[in-house]
Design a protein around this ligand. Structure first.
Ligand SMILES: [Zn+2]
Ligand SMILES: [Zn+2]
Length: 92
């Protein structure tokens, strides 16, 4: 099997930075909106690595042990059957 990706040679320019593009991994249909490798990379959606999980503060009661729950990683709709972290862990 040939896994080499075919490259298309040409003489295009990047619509974002104006840099010349001489090779593309695909044959462009619309050459008016091409992006060079750098701009393409910059436009790609970034993965948010420092994603902080939103915590909801409240004053709920654990249905298992009766202890108080002050923080949850979600906003509970039904507060009658909430469990604290320990009870949640123990209830497999
Ligand atoms: Zn560019
Ligand atoms: Zn509990």
């Amino acid at each position: 099997m040939n896994e080499n990706r075919q490259m298309f040679s040409g003489n295009w320019s990047c619509a974002d930075c104006g840099k010349a593009i001489t090779e593309l991994p695909f044959e462009p249909r619309d050459t008016s909106n091409l992006s060079c490798f750098d701009c393409h990379k910059a436009k790609a959606p970034k993965r948010n690595n420092n994603f902080e999980r939103k915590m909801f503060n409240g004053n709920w009661t654990c249905a298992g042990c009766g202890g108080s729950i002050t923080q949850l990683p979600f906003e509970p709709r039904d507060t009658s059957n909430l469990k604290c972290r320990d009870c949640f862990k123990n209830n497999k």
